[in-house]
Design a protein around this ligand. Structure first.
Ligand code: ADP
Ligand code: MG
Length: 224
């Protein structure tokens, strides 16, 4: 269980405070959907969980262990952004390798793991290509493949599929759902699209002016 409890974060513009408040829980194998207008604080929330920002108070427990004291690189978290998830000057293989081997050295074991995951993701033929030679959907698939091999139990998605065409987006959502259930991940998916939540979210919250509100039963009928 991922239990985020009473996180508060405040930033100031000209001494005017802008507070954020959120709490949420995600079970293993669950996708939590986060909707909300642009500028409402969705990315800030993910940045606080990932460790790019430090909250003023509150706690985040994963299976009872506090993760806020951990530095970014030791947090049990992977985050995928809308763009720039890959190093543009490195091949698909090297991009994935950097995720699983801190010194970037390949071994027979890393080679096998990389070929297996690329095969599973339908990317085998692209192993030596640069990201720029791939479509947007394929690039995000590579980033997901790397996230999978890293085996971090918390997967944060910051609108990574919003730039893709609908068909590709739906394929990626289905992949996220499969991976989340199979690997028993806690996935928090920020999206602009109600449809994304209807399709794969087990529960939905809405971010409004920095405060996270639980979804109500009619929520999915509203247009975000
Ligand atoms: P969303 O992802 O929902 O679009 P964000 O989390 O990116 O929203 O941002 C919320 C707003 O708060 C943005 O306008 C952002 O610039 C602002 N903001 C968040 N944290 C800070 C900070 N530490 N300093 C200045 N502005 C911030
Ligand atoms: Mg954002």
């Amino acid at each position: 269980m991922l239990k985020i409890d009473g996180i508060v974060y405040t930033y100031y513009t000209k001494s005017i405070p802008h507070p954020y408040h959120f709490s949420l829980e995600a079970d293993k194998g669950e996708v939590i959907g986060i909707l909300g207008e642009s500028g409402s604080g969705k990315s800030t929330m993910l940045d606080l969980i990932a460790g790019f920002l430090e909250p003023d108070s509150g706690s985040i427990l994963l299976d009872g262990e506090a993760i806020l004291p951990l530095p970014i690189e030791r947090r049990p978290v992977t985050i995928l952004f809308q763009q720039h998830n890959l190093f543009e000057h490195l091949s698909v293989k090297k991009n994935i390798l950097l995720g699983i081997s801190p010194n970037g050295k390949s071994t027979a074991e890393t080679d096998t793991r990389i070929s297996q995951i690329l095969q599973e993701m339908g990317l085998s033929e692209h192993i030596d290509k640069l990201p720029s030679a791939l479509s947007g959907g394929q690039q995000q698939r590579v980033a997901l493949a790397r996230a999978l091999l890293r085996k971090k139990p918390v997967l944060l998605l910051d609108e990574p599929f919003s730039g893709l065409d609908r068909k590709t987006r739906l394929e990626m959502l289905s992949l996220v759902q499969t991976i989340t259930q199979r690997e028993r991940l806690h996935t928090i998916m920020v999206t602009h699209q109600t449809e994304d939540c209807e399709l794969i979210a087990d529960r939905v919250y809405k971010m409004k002016n920095g405060t996270l509100l639980p979804s109500n039963p009619d929520f999915l009928q509203e247009k975000a």
